[in-house]
Ligand binder design. Structure first.
Ligand SMILES: [Zn+2]
Ligand SMILES: [Zn+2]
Length: 141
């Protein structure tokens, strides 16, 4: 069934890319709502805070990954980025192999997604005023 003119984000695939186009991809549902992560690593990786949806690993399909690089700040923790333009793109960890986080800002607009939770708020930067209405968590649980 198709509802013409209605965005159905949780049942539709979305495309995304880095700034230069060296990494391009499609994500397939189900897509998690966007979570913000304020942890120290995500703050430095993103330059502010990470805002990411997440998909099952087989829900991320690359059109091109020619310039994709992975930085590993700790054993089993991986941040994906473009080696050419520097765009922040992905996060994955061996602790949660059932999902891969996809930076929401790398997706083509409109996404139809909404931000629902904030994580590691204890490490949030002091210049940032967090939006009201999100479910907040002090750490990773
Ligand atoms: Zn790029
Ligand atoms: Zn984080």
């Amino acid at each position: 069934m198709t509802l013409i003119g209605t965005i159905l984000p949780m049942t539709s695939s979305l495309t995304g890319r880095c700034m230069c186009g060296g990494v391009g991809f499609t994500v397939y549902p189900p897509l998690r709502p966007v979570f913000n992560c304020h942890c120290d690593r995500c703050r430095r990786f993103s330059g502010h805070h990470v805002a990411a949806t997440a998909v099952a690993p087989n829900g991320l399909v690359f059109a091109t990954d020619e310039t994709l690089g992975w930085y590993q700040p700790a054993v089993g923790v991986f941040y994906g980025f473009c080696r050419r333009c520097g765009s922040s793109l992905f996060f994955r960890t061996d602790r949660t192999p059932e999902r891969i986080s996809v930076m929401a800002g790398a997706l083509d607009q409109p996404t139809g997604l909404a931000t629902t939770e904030a994580w590691w708020v204890d490490e949030a930067a002091d210049y940032h005023t967090r939006p009201a209405g999100l479910i907040e968590h002090g750490g990773d649980g």
